[in-house]
Write a protein that binds this ligand. Sequence first.
Ligand code: GLU
Length: 301
Amino acid sequence: MQEGIIKGRFAPSPTGRMHLGNVFSALLSWLSAKSQGGTWLLRIEDIDPQRSKQEYAELIMDDLHWLGLDWDEGPYYQSERGDIYEHYLKQLTDNGLTYPCYCTRADILATQAPHESDGRVVYKGTCRNLAPGVKTGPAAIRMKVPSEGKGILSFTDGHYGMQTIDLTTHCGDFIVRRKDGAWAYQLAVVVDDALMGINEVVRGCDLLLSSPQQIYLAQQLGFAPPHFTHLPLLCNKQGQRLSKRDQSLDMAALRTSNTPEEIIGMLAHAAGLQQSNEPITAQELVGEFSWDKIPTNNIIM
Ligand code: GLU
């Protein structure tokens, strides 16, 4: 439990229609906030200009209303907050915590050790000590992390318990502004969660491993990090996480053959909040919500 009033949020990227997995995250973060008497904010994370579309933002909001997941504050749009991110990036830069990086993706992959073949990209700091003027052209901006052994960060996830990660071997210096000028998710999310007063982040455990970077960034910016609680992911029968590719489980398809109560009922059952798929409203589930009931293993739908 947090001190004071809980403020949770849902922060979708409008790059497609919501699917069942997104609805699961929205429902559980809403329930967590509401069951503690808290509020819930909506933030549209449209910082990727190539992939974000206003029409998807509209559909996400329409789907949330239809499901009965109403927000108390927002919507905020990250695409309108560039000046704010600029201000905080300058603060990091003035404190000597950033540097320009000219590496291409191919340069970075060429430095990866075989054990990092799980898809994680760990930046080895190639551009960290470049003398000014040695390289020119478009550059990403990276955030320096402490050297190996000095950047060990621990935090307690509300559902998965104590996590301990060394930032150097976990991610290395990470991007806060992309080469094309777009703001990186890590910077925008940290600044927004802090300025919007978010003290509880509930989201899928695919983002568990982003939390150390976010806590570190928050600390460097002088913000108190929110409390993080991650959720199991919804997977298909092959064990793959549901994604926008599973069109039969996106809200366009689901709304043609289900009521909101049927969808919420199915997700409540998957979350261990009720014994069967029985239709139920989100509001009726508020009193049933408890983290103890929710599994930690991913859920096959
Ligand atoms: N915008 C991110 C996404 O849709 C989620 C960010 C977060 O919850 O921290 O995957």
